[in-house]
Write a protein that binds this ligand. Structure first.
Ligand SMILES: CC(=O)SCCNC(=O)CCNC(=O)[C@H](O)C(C)(C)COP(=O)(O)OP(=O)(O)OC[C@H]1O[C@@H](n2cnc3c(N)ncnc32)[C@H](O)[C@@H]1OP(=O)(O)O
Length: 398
């Protein structure tokens, strides 16, 4: 291997990061998205990998807080990963990842998380796919009857500038109920509600924001497209109660000159497929992987997480990249202690990352042979302890 050195990227060079991102992702970022990405790059910890003095790769880490079951944890949110096509498969990403995980540990962030461009990349670094999302389409060409009585209070449309103040508290309450989301500050709301270019290149309006005020309350951020047979596309929909959620869906379904709602990202346990009186009106059109999670300080992350049973069991954690995690741990509510006791099950860092938010069944991982049970029912016991009332879900782009 040639000489490889990791250096910090100075603030003055963030523009070049956008250029490298465009090069490796084969696109040209439109001006309005570029502004948002520059904002993210400026607030990030930025690093470049130099090979023989050539800047061959980059990555960035946003210090964020991740909602995990029963707690919020400091998290290295990894993004902007790219390596020049001329320098691929020579260990550049591996060197950057080692540095980012080391930095996360030094900064006392118990977890790291990312959105992967390809599933094949990050398991080797101890990341596991911790949640998924589904996409839905709802036929609204006729009135949509709901089985849940909608909250009768009126909605109002608000200015995007009011979003942090009004939507922020509703979003924060939702994070406490459902793991997988990231804490948003005022700047996040501001930058992430800029018009974005649509994946399907359709001509959507700017985001509209409808709110049901109070507690319980809720909001929906959506865009509309077309006339007559146009549709509504949901960017974000959050409600404190199923009744508020029903009120938001009823509102969206009744917007004139539209015949369809498209929801590209909803939780896997979303209520709307069950809420509609006629199930045929809702079609689940897809499912995609969302957040990949890595326990950087596994004992700290496991102690912080809520535990749904009074059980206690021993895991043998395989984690060669972060040896402080490696070995046997006795787990119980609020407890993760080193032990010499025989393990109930053996699992890898990436499988623990996948299971940590409660969105991946350890029993399934045992059935496919990647988690090893040493005592009967051990995987099911860990599943019961990791159980969460609402499936993890991530709708934060970073
Ligand atoms: C969080 C994010 O930002 S996701 C965005 C990631 N970026 C992209 O997808 C942009 C396009 N791709 C790239 O820039 C690069 O190919 C990267 C970043 C994916 C990989 O960078 P590289 O420097 O080539 O990775 P590196 O050489 O360290 O590879 C380490 C290992 O991962 C494997 N690997 C790397 N990328 C891939 C891939 N896309 N698919 C399968 N395996 C991969 C390598 O084969 C290697 O395996 P080995 O350890 O068994 O030999």
């Amino acid at each position: 291997m040639s000489d490889l050195e990791i250096r910090d990227i100075p603030l003055a060079d963030v523009d070049q990061m956008m250029d490298l991102a465009d090069l490796v992702f084969h696109h040209r970022t439109p001006a309005e998205d570029r502004e948002r990405e520059l904002w993210a790059a400026r607030r990030a910890e930025r690093l470049a990998a130099y090979v023989d003095d050539v800047s061959a790769g980059q990555a960035a880490v946003l210090p964020m807080r991740l909602a995990v079951p029963g707690a919020f944890l400091d998290c290295s949110a990894i993004t902007f990963v790219g390596v020049l096509p001329t320098h691929r498969r020579r260990g550049v990403l591996t060197a950057m990842m080692e540095r980012m995980l080391m930095d996360a540990a030094a900064a006392n962030r118990p977890v790291a998380a990312l959105w992967a461009s390809q599933s094949a990349i990050y398991g080797r670094y101890g990341f596991g796919l911790a949640d998924r999302a589904i996409s839905l389409e709802i036929d609204t060409s006729r009135p949509l009857a709901l089985r849940t009585e909608p909250d009768p209070r009126p909605l109002r449309l608000i200015d995007r500038d009011s979003a942090p103040e009004i939507l922020g508290p509703i979003h924060t309450r939702a994070l406490a109920r459902r793991p997988g989301g990231l804490v948003r500050d005022a700047e996040w709301w501001d930058k992430n509600m800029l018009p974005a270019v649509d994946d399907d290149d359709e001509d959507f309006t700017e985001p509209r924001v409808a709110v049901l005020d109070g507690e319980p309350g809720g909001y929906v951020i959506y865009r509309t497209h077309g006339e007559g047979t146009g549709h509504v596309r949901i960017d974000d929909l959050v409600a404190d109660t199923p009744q508020v959620e029903a009120a938001l869906w009823r509102y969206l379904a009744s917007i004139d000159l539209t015949t369809k709602i498209k929801a590209p990202s909803r939780p896997v346990d979303d209520l709307i497929p069950h809420m509609v009186a006629d199930f045929d009106r809702v079609e689940v059109t897809g499912s995609h992987g969302a957040l990949w999670v890595r326990l950087v300080d596994a004992p700290a992350a496991l102690r912080a997480r809520s535990w749904a049973t009074g059980d206690s069991l021993v895991i043998e954690l395989l984690d060669e990249r972060l040896p402080a995690n490696q070995g046997r741990w006795r787990l119980a509510a609020g407890t993760c202690d080193r032990t010499e006791d025989a393990p109930d099950l053996t699992l890898s860092a990436s499988d623990l990352g996948a299971a940590y938010l409660g969105g991946t069944s350890v029993s399934t991982l045992a059935r496919i042979g990647v988690v090893t049970e040493h005592t009967p029912d051990a995987a099911a016991r860990l599943d019961r302890a990791f159980a969460v009332p609402l499936a993890p879900y991530t709708n934060d782009d970073f």
